[in-house]
Design a protein around this ligand. Structure first.
Ligand SMILES: Nc1ncnc2c1ncn2[C@@H]1O[C@H](COP(=O)(O)OP(=O)(O)OP(=O)(O)O)[C@@H](O)[C@H]1O
Ligand SMILES: Nc1ncnc2c1ncn2[C@@H]1O[C@H](COP(=O)(O)OP(=O)(O)OP(=O)(O)O)[C@@H](O)[C@H]1O
Ligand SMILES: [Mg+2]
Ligand SMILES: [Mg+2]
Lengths: 228, 228
């Protein structure tokens, strides 16, 4: 479903380049649960920005369902992302002036759902992540892990084809983290959602079908989890 | 050194109160390494805001070194905090327009160090957290875990009496997380720094002298770690 070929990303200037991704080639299959793991600064979020079309490669191609993302203009990319991808950002990126409900309902509204239905779906998924008692709180009235769960709920509300989760359990305690991993696994099994997470959380290991280990911007190795 | 007596914090409105902290009484001794653990939303960050004087209790008192924080006005509190406390925020709170060096040097400049010395000390501690190769990057040019480490370095640069770390390893891989925990433990042993961390990271358990477990805004139990 997702195909990266020779993907490279260079930041910085001519005189001081940062090779964030170096010639990454990897294929992610429809319906699989794949985890990206590796040291801080190794390129996981950068790779996510390429897959989610939030940034463009310096070289190489990213294809999703046969569509070459590099061929889409910004408007087409935004539309494509809205229709197919649920993105959980490492820094959550919630709208500060919106309540939890409004933040989560937004993607549903963008996808064309009428306001009442969008809100009902937002409530349902917020309850699934344990925030049924915080629906009307704004981000600054929520704990770190609660903000993270609002970001997770927002990514799930449209039941998208692909969920990209950048460190989705980073600020969650053991029990809540396991509940979220369990929830993602259920989306994968029941709806055939393709789940890609960048994570430092080793609890993610037994739920993943495969693990791609990243080091210094390059793929270090790929593990099938039944061999672990 | 730090004494909380009957600390309570209520958010929200009269009609819809949120009891974030309920009658918390706990003492933290000079030079100890204490970890605060508990579910997402249980009150850890709120408790930190009370200890660090970033917010005021609804009831109860917070004393540091015999000083009742509630008696200080905002200016006195800011001065007190700048002199004695290094604070690692759950959301980092870095200055976006400043480089890593400038972000970390800021507390040193506020404490009266001349610019050259402040910069030299900032570089030294940034190298200690593994960011010697990212000194001139601004926050948006850094990975999540790198931003977290800049926040950590900034809390350490003045070698303060107390370090308050709110989820200091939340976005770090296993190895980097262990290095940071090791670094904090060294500050504790070598300089007698009092370290208080709010954390979900069970790697923190063996380094801590005591663990305070929080649940629904109240102290659930206190554990001495050699009994674990
Ligand atoms: N400004 C506010 N208004 C209303 N409720 C608030 C406000 N700030 C925090 N809360 C609530 O207070 C409770 C405690 O929040 P706190 O941030 O201390 O939790 P925490 O233990 O740090 O959680 P986490 O592990 O997720 O970071 C949460 O349930 C949160 O929703
Ligand atoms: N805009 C930028 N300019 C320069 N360098 C950058 C920029 N953005 C990221 N980098 C660098 O690219 C590298 C990869 O960053 P990335 O955010 O992908 O890491 P990561 O694997 O997600 O790390 P973490 O686990 O800490 O979140 C890092 O070393 C970072 O410093
Ligand atoms: Mg990242
Ligand atoms: Mg918190």
């Amino acid at each position: 479903l997702i195909k990266l070929t020779g993907v490279s990303k260079v930041y910085g200037s001519e005189s001081n380049p940062v090779y964030a991704l170096r010639d990454v080639t990897v294929e992610i299959f429809k319906g699989e649960y794949l985890s990206l793991m590796g040291p801080s600064g190794s390129g996981k979020s950068t790779l996510f920005n390429m897959i989610g079309g939030l940034d463009r490669c310096t070289a190489g191609t990213v294809e999703i369902g046969g569509v070459n993302l590099g061929r889409l203009n910004d408007a087409e990319m935004a539309y494509f992302r809205g229709r197919h991808i649920g993105y959980i950002f490492q820094a959550y990126n919630l709208i500060p002036s919106y309540t939890a409900i409004k933040n989560v309902a937004l993607p549903a509204l963008f996808a064309g759902a009428p306001p009442k239905e969008a809100e009902a779906r937002a409530v349902a998924v917020l309850e699934k992540v344990g925030l049924g008692h915080r629906l009307t709180h704004r981000p600054q009235e929520l704990s770190g892990g609660q903000q993270q769960r609002v970001a997770i709920a927002r990514a799930l509300v449209n039941n998208p084809t692909i969920i990209l989760g950048d460190e989705p359990t980073g600020n969650l305690d053991l029990k809540t983290g396991e509940e979220i991993i369990e929830l993602l696994a259920r989306f994968c099994k029941e709806f055939g959602t393709t789940i890609v997470t960048a994570t430092h959380d080793h609890k993610m290991l037994k739920t993943s079908d495969r693990i791609v280990w990243i080091k210094d911007g390059a793929v270090d190795r790929v593990e099938e989890t039944h061999t672990l």
